[in-house]
Design a protein around this ligand. Sequence first.
Ligand code: LLP
Length: 412
Amino acid sequence: MHHFEHRDGKLFAEEVSVTTLAEKYGTPLYIYSAATLRRHFEAFDSAFSGLDHLTCFSVKANSNLSLLKLLGEMGAGMDIVSGGELYRALKAGVSADKIVYSGVGKRASEIREALEAGILMFNVESVAELHKINEVAADMGKVAKISFRINPDVDPQTHPYISTGMQKNKFGLDIEHSLEAYELAAGLDNIDPVGMDCHIGSQLTSIDPFLEALDKLLAFHEKLKGMGIDIQYLDLGGGLGISYEAEEPPHPSEFGEALKKKLADTGLKIILEPGRVIAGNAGVMITEVVYTKSNPTKNFLIVDGAMNDLIRPSLYGSYHQIAEVEEHGRASETFDVVGPICESGDFLARDRELPEVEAGERLVVYSAGAYGFTMSSNYNSRPRACELIVDGDEVIVARKRETYEDLIKNEL
Ligand code: LLP
């Protein structure tokens, strides 16, 4: 559910006309709905009510400061993967003891920054990283709280680029060697092993792989207890999918219920790292048709939003629903919706049935709130888009459109 709907054929973001926003702020334009974000966070977080838990929004999905602030004010913690994301989360006012830090390649400087801030824990992905954290912590006279990210070797049945919990993936420690890793960690002076972590992939549309991973982790927890290693946290990562086209992912409440059954008596505090399920359908990208053109095999809508603005279709072949911002009731036709970038892979949609729109008219690209702006770039020297948050009838400029000056400001 989201708050982008057509009223009398015209698209509204909550109470605000999208045409008015596009005229004022230009296109391509990202618009996020505050009510949708709140509703998604609330639906997800309350699915785990009754269980000691912390919902850490995955900053990589959407790292806009205003959006992080909004979620932080609702009680969200943050899941980060870089010093930059730590910086953003702290700037957004999120307290460090609600921040978990994942990622396979944390640098010493980033580890130092996180220890300085006093984050809740590091999700450690290799023994080499454990030693590095121990070394940095020792140098600072601190003890680092850690979890190991355990790779349970479960197939999440999602796109191969976003599947992370199989042995062939680069993530985490394989479950067979994880016990030794905990033993090692428990013996290090500047490390306190406080948790277990796993994240098996993204855009999962079934609960089964989560449950399969959870069973393996809970069995592992028993072994840890047997070894006298007493942990407090179980971080189950993110990954719950959303509906882009016709997918039918479980509702967060169903997801929560299924997990809660297995977690009730563990005595562990549960950490969750949802990204897409909170932000994905809370955002749209608005783009204007610059030209139309046809050849004997194709009709093209050439729009001002491109793969630098929203790379998901190009990178994963992802489907994003597209519609007119203002409906004209014209007949439909099959189009490729393409951007101005000099690559044949620059498309937002291929062979898509859409009404015959004209140059100067605008399209809405749905489900763009997660991994949309955060994956955008300046390729082809295109200034990155403006981001707005609409809250009722209020409009917040969450990020100004970049200028040409911004493009070159760090070049000497
Ligand atoms: N935790 C960790 C450790 C992760 O690596 C991720 C996502 C998440 C949480 C959040 O997952 P979510 O709840 O959003 O599925 N760019 C891709 C998605 C990459 C996901 C990477 N990791 C896309 O556009 O589909």
